[in-house]
Structure formats: C-alpha cells, structure tokens
Design a protein around this ligand. Structure first.
Ligand code: ADP
Length: 272
C-alpha cells in the first residue's frame, strides 16, 4: 500500500521486562492523575526507570504536574523522544500530539486508538522498568484500545470514598477485567481531612468530607466478581500540599515527602 509498516508495541512482546500499570477511575476529578505522577516519582526515587503515557483525553494534566507543561517532544528520525523531567521520569501526553495546544481533542475511536498505539510504539522509551498509563475516566474508547493492545497491563482503580464515585469506579474495574487485564488494587483518594485544629490539643479527628467506604466497597465488589483478592492499596488524605504540588509541577512525594499523603503514595508504589 505504500504506508509504513506499523511498529510493534515493545511492551506487548513476550520477553518484555517492563511492568505496565494503567491508572483508571470511574469519573474525573478523583485524583487519578495526581496518583499517577506521585506513584511514578516514588518508583523513580527507589531507582526504577519509569515512563508515563498520559492518555487522558479530557484532562491531559500530567505534563503540568511534572513541571513540563509547555514541552514538546523532539523527533529523531521517525522516533518520538519522550519529554524528560527533573525527577527522571519521562512522559508523553496525548496533548503533545495535537497540532495546537488550545485545540480540543475531539477524536473518535479509531483516531484515539492510533494515538494510543503511537504513544506506545513510536516513542523511544528505552529500557523501562515501569510504564504508567493515565487513562481517561470511565469505560470509553481508550480503555478498550488499551485492553486490546496491552492485555498484560495491570490496572489500579482510583476512587474517592463517595458512593457515586465508587459505583462508576467498579464499572471501570469490571471493564478492565472484561479486557482480560488484572485489577491489582484500589486507591482511595480524598479519604478524609485531618482536622486542622487537633494538633492544638493533641487529638486526631478525621473529617470525612466525601463520606467513607468507597474504596473498600470497590475492592470488595471487584474481589467478589473476579474471584481473586483486589486489595485497597492505600487511603490518601486530603492535603493542600498535594494540590499545590500538582499546580506548581512539583509532586508532593518530592516536595513534601514526610506529609502523610506522600507517605501513603510511597507505600502504594512499594506494593505495586
Ligand atoms: P483526575 O485525574 O482524577 O481528574 P486530578 O489528579 O487532576 O484528578 O485531581 C483533581 C484536583 O484535585 C487537582 O487539582 C488535584 O491537585 C486535587 N487533588 C487530588 N487529590 C488530592 C488530595 N488528596 N488532596 C488535595 N487535593 C487533591
């Protein structure tokens, strides 16, 4: 046909030594991207070579969270070089594939599929220990494409404690399982706000802003459905410095590693 042959996805080859984790959620705004970048940095700090594919077509906020919002990947021959960051994690984002930054990604299934394959196979990732994929929320085209191209990817489901978030998170997990991917655990984010006045009198109350039980509920439902244990990997508190770290491109596990939220994120990274 004259078209160039499709390069194979290295992570899908039988001998691949790269662990691939897809970070999924039912709905947006639950902290999926924040979890992705902080897990990546934690893993990099423990000496692993880590890459991130930001496939969230609605948000694609990962580059900004890593301090490389305006970076564009360079090209060497017909290979795309992922954008390096100061933390050692390299990243490619679906936002970087758009001709213009302010353009909305209004792509249909086949184009999204091509974009995903391009980020996996046309990017020079080198020898990664771990590749993290930030998926769009929900059970849409990107999740289906990923399941088809990388059934060996393991899935981490992020939810808040809220019932409505948990319910859609269960659907995202079930979808991954239908695509023959293993769901390795649930991360509950925004689990509680440590009462800011307790330090004054030495007590420790938790304000459950978004209710409670969402993470445990998703884990129990998926465990029952799949017939294997899907654990809650961690419960991350609300923390202003987590939000600020994302805003200024310096994730909390680097900026404020002793913060309780950072310590939960580091321990989740260790369990993966
Ligand atoms: P998603 O990827 O699920 O859409 P984000 O990671 O972009 O969610 O998070 C949405 C917003 O909430 C961001 O501004 C982020 O900084 C903030 N956020 C996420 N988790 C926390 C937390 N535990 N404490 C405080 N702010 C948080």
């Amino acid at each position: 046909s004259g078209g160039k042959a499709q390069r194979e996805i290295p992570f899908a080859q039988p001998g691949s030594l790269t662990k691939v984790f897809a970070i999924a959620s039912g709905k947006g705004g639950v902290g999926k991207s924040s979890v992705t970048v902080n897990l990546a940095l934690s893993m990099a700090k423990s000496g692993l070579k880590v890459g991130i594919v930001d496939a969230d077509i609605y948000g694609h906020s990962v580059p900004a969270m890593l301090g490389v919002a305006d970076a564009r990947p360079t090209q060497v021959d017909d290979l795309i070089m992922p954008v390096p960051t100061s933390s050692g994690v390299s990243v490619i984002s679906i936002g970087m594939l758009k001709p213009r930054r302010d353009q909305v990604v209004a792509w249909r299934g086949p184009m999204l599929d091509r974009a995903l394959v391009q980020m996996l196979s046309d990017v020079y990732w080198g020898d990664l220990d771990v590749l993290l994929l930030d998926l769009p929320p929900g059970t849409g085209d990107v999740a289906i494409s990923l399941g088809q191209h990388l059934p060996g990817a393991e899935v981490v489901v992020v939810t808040t404690p809220q019932e409505a978030a948990a319910e859609v998170a269960e659907r995202a997990g079930t979808m991954a399982s239908m695509m023959h991917q293993r769901v390795v655990g649930v991360v509950e984010n925004m689990s509680f706000l440590p009462c800011p006045h307790c330090a004054e009198d030495g007590t420790e109350h938790r304000l459950e802003i978004f209710g409670s039980g969402g993470g445990a509920r998703v884990a129990a439902t998926l465990s029952g459905r799949f017939g294997y244990d899907v654990p809650v990997l961690g419960e991350i508190p609300l923390d202003t410095s987590l939000r600020e770290g994302g805003d200024v491109g310096k994730p909390i596990v680097d900026a404020d590693p002793t913060a309780p939220a950072a310590q939960v994120l580091a321990s989740v990274a260790e369990r993966l």
